[in-house]
Design a protein around this ligand. Structure first.
Ligand SMILES: Nc1ncnc2c1ncn2[C@@H]1O[C@H](COP(=O)(O)OP(=O)(O)O)[C@@H](O)[C@H]1O
Ligand SMILES: [Mg+2]
Length: 557
């Protein structure tokens, strides 16, 4: 994506651009007016006219006001630029999340979440940098230049205006040309830096595994060789900056000497006043600073371009899958789930083949099959995450494709076989799907699932932090917290994907008691390869039995 495309990002909210633009212009005018005041004062003092005290007071007041206003105007410019940045960030984040959700299960399953997060942050940072570089860097400099040239034409002499315009042009061009030469380094640093951070992130998040297998040194060597390339680019960039600054110094030296000699000559020959001389010196020393910042802003914009390019490429090639007129599940009852000649291919791999079965409104249904037979894929089809490659999935007789995804996710809640807990408090994890609930409701539910005693013993109770992916809980406790989370969402049908993973005999026994208790309140669909779960106390379950290739081996309904 080129700068033009980056600017399009701004175009979308043009009404928000007016305030920061106006303030930036005003800040330039006020910031440079001091030099004009100096000119008039010096000219008055040099002329030896009467009323000098009165003029001196007027000058002092104006000079004070003009210099004093600068921080306010700069503050206002930052205020409006910040407002623009925030508005854009809010929109960008929402868009990024939405596009990723629309991308669907298949595409998202290929993604590295850490990378997705880094790309989103890169995009946010890119927006921020781009907007700030333009409104606090490029535009103020442009306004300064225009103001100086117009002032010189009106108050001094056109030849001086042309000379200074030429110097500014040469100086600006040298900066841009030199920065352009460094674009490859800047782009390389911007992307290498992020790749290395990604690699470090992987090493850090696999810390336990790496230490456990004694591989940490290998990982460090890998890091070092990747980092070597980055640090070499850093070095080349540093050398280029040094050369760049030497050339700029020469341009400043020559132009200052040239301007001073020329203006000195004009004063000597009586064509210009001492005041004009001071004004020009004031302008010259004032303008080199923002001109230098052009290089900085330009580099920042290139960095932003790299980040935005990544972020937009990441989200923009998604096909959104809006349903035409989605409907809800007709009435709250035991759901009838029907697979009719369903085949499913995921990321090019055939997972289910011509599968047909019907779970007829039973309070407990079990889908069993060996590991890899396609059980979780069936759940993804039922919850609408995946679409069948052929065949139809129906719930209460309605093709699932016609159901509203939101209503579907309210009606059927799946507790995944992996822990989907996050690093927060127990309460945050439990109420993840829904609105805030009174502690009493949460505790009643915990009582039912047999977690209340455990939580009562914790010093912070529901406010206890449970660590990354809930690692401060045991496997059985994690399962129960996930079941609790699903129950608080009050689904018609609760789906448990391999709920006995990693549980010992005692924990399985308590899970079976829980399942039998739950089945009195909620419809349950249990997916498992665990023989221990086949007979749930006295409850008679419907069983769908898959063979290795995701085809029907047996059915007992
Ligand atoms: N996102 C995916 N991309 C490619 N293959 C997948 C994906 N998800 C599942 N599979 C493949 O589909 C098969 C069935 O997976 P799954 O439904 O998770 O089995 P089960 O839950 O019965 O163990 C496996 O061979 C698995 O490798
Ligand atoms: Mg599975």
């Amino acid at each position: 994506m080129k700068l033009g495309n980056c600017l399009k990002v701004l175009k979308t909210s043009s009404h928000q651009l007016i305030a920061p633009l106006m303030v930036a212009m005003l800040a330039s005018i006020v910031g440079l007016t001091f030099a004009i005041l100096m000119k008039y004062m010096i000219d008055i003092l040099a002329s030896g006219e009467e009323k000098q005290l009165y003029d001196l007071i007027l000058f002092a007041i104006s000079f004070g006001v003009v210099r004093g206003l600068a921080p306010v105007l700069n503050g206002l410019r930052e205020y409006y630029t910040g407002k623009l940045v925030e508005a854009r960030e809010k929109e960008f984040r929402a868009k990024f999340i939405e596009e990723n959700l629309h991308a669907g299960y298949e595409e998202n399953s290929r993604k590295n979440i850490g990378m997705t997060m880094r790309i989103m942050h890169g995009g946010i940072q890119g927006h921020r940098t781009l907007i700030r570089s333009i409104f606090s860097g490029l535009l103020p400099t442009l306004f300064d230049v225009v103001f100086i040239i117009v002032t010189l034409v009106l108050l001094v002499d056109i030849s001086i205006a042309i000379l200074i315009a030429a110097i500014i042009l040469i100086y600006g061009s040298v900066i841009i040309a030199q920065t352009k030469q460094r674009v490859p380094y800047i782009r390389a640093i911007a992307s290498q830096d992020k790749e290395i951070n990604g690699a470090i992130n992987n090493y850090l998040s696999n810390h336990e595994g790496l230490l456990g297998w004694g591989r940490v040194h290998g990982a460090l060597d890998g890091y070092k060789s990747e980092a070597a390339a980055l640090f070499d680019t850093f070095r080349q960039n540093r050398v280029a900056i040094l050369k760049h600054n030497i050339v700029l110094s020469i341009v400043i030296m020559l132009s200052m000497v040239l301007v001073l000699i020329y203006v000195g000559y004009l004063i000597g020959s009586g064509q210009e006043t001492l005041g004009s001389f001071l004004m020009i010196v004031g302008f010259m020393s004032q303008i080199f600073l923002p001109l230098n910042a052009i290089g900085f802003s330009y580099r920042q914009i290139i960095n932003a371009e790299v980040d935005l390019e990544k972020a937009f490429n990441y989200v923009h090639n998604k096909s959104s899958t809006q349903q035409s007129s989605p409907v809800g599940i007709p009435h709250k009852s035991l759901l009838n789930i029907e697979f009719s000649n369903v085949s499913c291919e995921v990321n090019g791999i055939s997972v289910l083949e011509d599968l047909s079965f019907e779970i007829k409104s039973s309070s407990i249904a079990i889908i069993k099959g060996t590991s890899g037979s396609g059980k979780t894929t069936i759940l993804r089809l039922i919850s609408g995450l995946l679409k069948p490659s052929s065949g139809v999935v129906r719930i209460n007789g309605i093709n699932i494709q016609q159901l509203s995804p939101v209503r579907l996710s309210e009606s059927i809640v799946v507790t995944s076989q992996e822990s989907l807990l996050f690093n927060g408090t127990l309460r945050d994890n439990l109420i993840f799907y829904g609105e805030k609930l009174p502690d009493n409701d949460i505790l009643n539910m915990l009582e039912m699932i047999g977690l209340k005693e455990f939580i009562d013993d914790l010093p912070d109770g529901l406010d206890t932090f449970i660590g990354d992916r809930g690692q401060m809980l045991s496997g059985g406790q994690r399962q129960k917290v996930m079941i609790g989370r699903a129950l608080l969402a009050k689904p018609y049908c609760l789906v448990l994907d391999e709920p006995s993973t990693g549980l010992d005999e005692a924990a399985v026994k308590s899970l079976k008691e829980l399942i039998s208790k739950l089945s009195e309140k909620t419809q349950l669909l249990i997916v498992t390869h665990d023989q221990r779960l086949m007979h749930i106390n006295n409850t008679e379950a419907s069983v769908v039995d898959l063979d290795k290739k995701g085809r029907l081996a047996n059915v007992k309904l």
